[in-house]
Design a protein. Structure first.
Length: 364
């Protein structure tokens, strides 16, 4: 039987969605504070972020940091970046003397994140770092400490934390519409190509699929279940040891246990295409996202029907929301700070340990 409460719930816009839905009705130019950003690492994802920032209302691309002079020149022309805001990996500490840059978005190989983030922090600039935040939890802790000491913010590029269908599932869980969570499944994988790329280099990547695509299932298990895991088990499978050298994981299956009794079963792989699915089972219903973490549009459904929230360019929304966090102290529905990144790194460390030892690893 429909009740007045059911009717109001159906016609009401969830509070967490209001800032995003305002994007549908924006006609007047934004006149508030703008976060001025330099991008470090001008590869394919750096380019994707730069293009998305053209849609951003609250951030502006004003600088670049790269080890390749030709890329700097191309970006200067493409994005109108002045020479005074261009740096290389040797001299970017000089941004401390540049009042026109507020933050640096680090989009470089994983092994470079820690040292680069610490240098940016010591230069007095806010740090936005791609995931994984670092190679391991110890490095993550050093980054957090350096940013705290410098009085700057450390954010991690968790774009899915601002995606509307994802946020709707989280709203339903929090409001009890799904009931007690029992099980989560995360499938994250694709068939990786060029064997010479840095993602298959242990020294640069810190691992393999888990440090790239698998982290989506690590992070997703936490925000979909709404708890922090207390134990990990994991198993590694390798079918092509020539391509996936020692220390570079091809496929890992891992399981997480949560305080409530809920469990997660996840797959991270570089050997299979088309794996991008989250499934949440609970006592009163379910939620499914597939694709769950791609660049969009995300598609999803629950026991109540299809999810129909609009799609926006993920990186544009991410940058606007991060500007609000840095400039206005906004608190996001799902954190994107260094502590959030550290939680994922601790789980990743435990997954690798479980693979190596064959034992259940406690996270308490």
């Amino acid at each position: 039987m429909n009740t007045r409460r059911d009717f109001i719930r159906k016609i009401s816009v969830p509070l967490m969605a209001l800032p995003f839905l305002n994007r549908l009705n924006e006609t007047a130019p934004y006149e508030g504070k703008v976060l001025r950003v330099a991008i470090m690492g001008l590869g394919s994802y750096g380019t994707r972020v730069a293009e998305a920032m053209k849609e951003s209302k609250k951030t502006k691309l004003v600088g670049v940091i790269s080890g390749t002079p030709s890329k700097i020149s191309t970006w200067q022309t493409r994005y109108g970046i002045p020479a005074a805001n261009c740096y290389n990996y040797s001299d970017f500490d000089q941004i401390k003397d540049n009042p026109d840059i507020d933050a640096v978005y680090i989009i470089t190989p994983n092994a470079l994140h820690k040292d680069q983030a610490i240098r940016v922090a010591r230069a007095g600039k806010h740090v936005i770092c791609e995931k994984p935040m670092a190679l391991n939890a110890k490095e993550g802790e050093e980054m957090i400490a350096a940013c705290q000491q410098a009085g700057v913010m450390l954010l991690v590029g968790y774009r899915m934390h601002f995606e509307l269908k994802t946020l709707e599932v989280i709203r339903m869980r929090k409001e009890g519409l799904l009931g007690k969570v029992l099980f989560f499944q995360g499938l994250s994988g694709f068939r990786i190509g060029d064997p010479t790329q840095w993602r298959l280099n242990k020294q640069l990547s810190g691992g393999g699929s888990l440090m790239d695509i698998g982290i989506y299932s690590v992070n997703g298990a936490r925000y979909m279940v709404g708890e922090e895991p207390i134990w990990v088990t994991a198993q590694e499978t390798k079918t092509n040891p020539e391509k996936f050298k020692e220390g570079v994981d091809e496929t890992i299956q891992f399981q997480l246990g949560f305080p409530s009794g809920a469990v997660a079963s996840c797959l991270s792989t570089y050997a299979m295409n088309g794996l991008d699915k989250f499934f949440l089972n609970a006592e009163k219903g379910f939620a499914e996202l597939q694709p769950a973490t791609g660049y969009g549009p995300i598609r999803g459904k629950t026991n109540m029907g299809e999810l129909t929230q609009p799609h926006f360019t993920h990186q544009a929304v991410q940058m606007d929301e991060m500007a609000d966090i840095i400039l206005n102290g906004k608190k996001p529905e799902i954190p994107v700070d260094g502590e959030e990144g550290l939680k994922d790194l601790k789980i990743i460390d435990a997954i690798y340990k479980a693979c190596k030892t064959g034992k259940k690893i406690s996270l308490k």
